[in-house]
Design a protein around this ligand. Structure first.
Ligand code: NAD
Length: 359
């Protein structure tokens, strides 16, 4: 099969890590007889420099015409002073909007070989965990009505959700659980918030009518924040609102120990998605060949699984990454303090490529 992929390398370490992921996909194409056609587009600070705006129309059109989008990262100190509407980060929000992406999928798993990097108590880390946070991305309090009174000494923000908005993200969570361990935990604050009560009713109605095979339970958000530290192995798929998901996904990623390993996907109604590492453009290490490419390589694996339905190919990438880590290879960000040597970003990339070619 032929797939058109819009490659948006971005700024800082973005081109290094996106380039590594594209190389991985090329090996997968050869190995499984697919054709991945990459077309590169500008977004972020480099687009501000070239076109005066962070998200040129050409990039939007190219991404809309592609089967999926792979992004590195955007931003950097060079553009810190530009006016708000030209901020490089606006490119990501703009792309999500243009592509109609209303769900964010963020896995957080502890690689057994890296249990020592995990910030949890060793007995909890030793149990391991592998969870997926499915976050609503375009509704809730971040997009609701807001304002201040005339005196400016009082302000309000509004959380609003419709059944349709809850259903579409919950459906994605149930479908994702079917591809994993068949368990969804819906997180809300229904003891206090009316939107949460609507959220809970809607998720349950959908679960009972369309996904009776998926185990569904609920948890209040304050308890969920604790359980992610006390017993993250309880979770398989978490589904939650925009703000709760924002906070919990950062918490979940931090407990794993390295942001250089964590992937993400943003999805809408079509199979087209936006795949990117959760980290930023890391200007402090850009151009030094220190960036760990694994988060972006795992984002490419998510693209194969969720946009192209190529589960075997996605498994192949994930296994290659796990094998390289199991063998003890580390980049600077994930090495333990005792390690005296480590791999550069391109050496880590090459280890993974070697593994893919030889397995
Ligand atoms: P960051 O994620 O870029 O970096 C945080 C720390 O993690 C840094 O010390 C960095 O060196 C390290 N790091 C990040 N990715 C790494 C990798 N792959 N390998 C090894 N180490 C890695 O966050 P920040 O410093 O807060 O932000 C830097 C810039 O990135 C800012 O302009 C910010 O706005 C932007 N940003 C962009 C995105 C995005 O493109 N989606 C997300 C977050 C931040």
């Amino acid at each position: 099969m032929k797939y058109n992929i819009a490659l948006v390398p971005g700024d800082g370490i973005g081109p290094e890590v996106a380039g590594a992921a594209a190389k991985v996909l090329k090996i997968i194409a050869d190995k499984y007889g697919h054709e991945f056609v990459f077309t590169e587009y500008a977004a972020g600070g480099n687009a501000v420099d070239r076109y005066g705006i962070p998200l040129p129309q050409e990039t939007i059109d190219g991404c809309l015409a592609a089967d999926s989008v792979l992004l590195g990262a955007v931003g950097g100190p060079k553009w810190d002073g530009v006016p708000g509407d030209k901020r490089p980060e606006k490119a990501i929000l703009g792309l999500r909007k243009a592509l109609g992406l209303y769900t964010n999928l963020r896995p957080a798993a502890i690689q057994p070989a890296l249990a020592s990097a995990c910030v949890l108590r060793p007995d909890i880390a030793a149990k391991g965990f592998d969870l997926m946070i499915v976050r609503e991305l375009t509704g809730g309090i971040y997009f609701g009505e807001r304002g201040r009174n005339e005196a400016g000494d009082a302000a309000f923000d509004t959380e609003a959700y419709s059944v349709m908005e809850v259903e579409r993200v919950a459906r994605r969570a149930f479908e994702t659980a079917r591809k994993r361990r068949g368990h969804v935990t819906s997180i809300d604050k229904s003891n206090v918030l009316e939107t949460s009560r609507l959220w809970r009713e809607t998720v349950h109605r959908l679960g009972e009518t369309e996904y009776p095979d998926v185990r569904l339970d609920d948890m209040y958000v304050d308890n969920a924040a604790m359980q992610l530290i006390r017993d993250p192995s309880f979770f398989d798929v978490i589904v939650t609102s925009n703000m709760f998901g924002d906070i919990l996904s950062d918490e979940a990623s931090q407990v794993t120990g390295s942001i250089g390993l964590l992937a993400s996907a943003s999805l809408g109604d079509t199979s087209r998605g936006l795949y990117e590492p959760i980290h930023g453009s890391a200007p402090d290490i850009a151009g030094k060949d220190l960036a760990n490419p694994i988060a972006t390589i795992l984002s490419a694996a998510m693209m194969l699984r969720y946009s192209f339905d190529l589960a075997e190919e996605a498994d192949c990438i994930e296994k290659a990454v796990a094998a390289v880590l199991d063998e003890g290879w580390r980049t600077l960000d994930i090495k333990s303090p005792e390690d005296e040597t480590w791999l550069t970003g391109s050496q880590m990339r090459d280890k993974i490529l070697e593994r893919l070619i030889n397995d």
